[in-house]
Design a binder for this molecule. Sequence first.
Ligand code: ZN
Length: 211
Amino acid sequence: MTITTLFDNNAAWAAQVEAEDPGFFRRLGQQQAPEYLWIGCADSRVPANQIVGLAPGELFVHRNVANLALPTDLNMLSVLQFAVQYLQVRHVIVTGHYGCGGVQAALRRVELGLIDNWLQPLRAIAEANADTLAALDGEAARVNRLCELNVVQQTRNVAATPIVQQAWRAGRALSVHGWIYALSDGRLRDLGCTVDGPEQLEPAQRMQAGA
Ligand code: ZN
């Protein structure tokens, strides 16, 4: 496959979409109104729209290595603010996946360079759950459990942002979900850590309106 194949694929795809739904691109060019923000891993095997069967215009997407939602990440925060404040999404979905290379790298404690800075929060989650992870049999099981623990933590990170808390104070219905995807069967699972309002967060993470 050469790089020009991608343009050929694109032309074929655009023609097919337009044939199935005439005017699709013209309408989409006028506005986007997605109900969902997806925060997922950059892994090529976890293509957001395809997994949940959504068309262009239906899913706002942010992806990075190991689906982190860090309060210091201007990129993630800008996506989150735009999605919540301007696009008025109803759901933010943090989606991890089993066998995540970023999570595995964090557990292995081998120096990789720049990316070690990015993976540091994963090492902190592993440290905080050292007993749980040590009790598991084998590296794959530990990686997969840390993938789940990471999603739960990132879900709470999103819920703790001023962006989400302001939306709740304004009476907006906004849910933050934590899901995980299995490469082995293509299925998503809900990790049951949805946060719908500030009362579901630790007291230290709840903010009052400022002056
Ligand atoms: Zn990954």
